[in-house]
Design a protein around this ligand. Structure first.
Ligand code: HEC
Length: 158
């Protein structure tokens, strides 16, 4: 009898976890992945095409051989789809890089700063569009990193 009760409880916990779809990575649970707003994704798609596609690719595919420095010694633009590493970073880090460029991390970086050209809401819309192109695994991982503030420490202090 005791065994049955234990199994029943375990099954109940398992079902509850599935129903809420919280994301659990390395034993740390965070709330379910937030839904993307369609209007924001659409606005982001237009802004992405105007400001980011020239380097990161119309299909978010990035530039060829982006994992190594080119003949001029600089890194090409990485993809923003699931094949790149955008989804490894929190919202905070991605917004920082979009606003300030990447020279704080690498002085040779060709990633420009957009804080003069774009409002924060516009950068968030671009990010929503990029997220809409990822698979479930990338979205869950990136949400978990954002919710746990797991990588916020890499942002340089002014
Ligand atoms: C002039 C070319 C260029 C444009 C335009 C550009 N980027 Fe980049 N971006 C780069 C390059 C090159 C890197 C890699 C820099 C490095 O490794 O130091 C990069 C890196 C990044 C990264 C960090 C890497 C990653 O995937 O997390 C983010 C985020 C990013 N860009 C977002 C954007 C967004 C959003 C836009 C449009 C608002 C944009 N970029 C427009 C060239 C560009």
């Amino acid at each position: 009898m005791l065994h049955r009760a234990v199994y029943f409880l375990l099954a109940a916990f398992f079902l509850a976890a599935c129903a809420s779809s919280e994301v659990i990575i390395n034993g740390t649970a965070v709330p379910p992945v937030p839904t993307l707003e369609a209007a924001m994704v659409e606005q982001g798609a237009n802004l992405y095409a105007a400001h980011c596609a020239a380097c990161h690719g119309a299909k978010l595919e990035g530039q060829p051989d982006w994992k190594q420095r080119n003949a001029e010694g600089v890194f090409p633009a990485p993809p923003h789809d699931g094949s790149g590493h955008t989804w490894h970073h929190s919202d905070e880090v991605l917004l920082y890089v979009t606003a300030n460029g990447s020279t704080a991390f690498d002085p040779t970086s060709k990633m420009p700063a957009f804080k003069e050209a774009l409002a924060e809401a516009e950068m968030r819309a671009i990010l929503a569009f990029i997220k809409s192109r990822w698979g479930q695994r990338e979205r869950e991982h990136q949400w978990w990193v954002t919710a746990t503030k797991n990588d916020a420490r890499v942002i340089p202090t002014p």
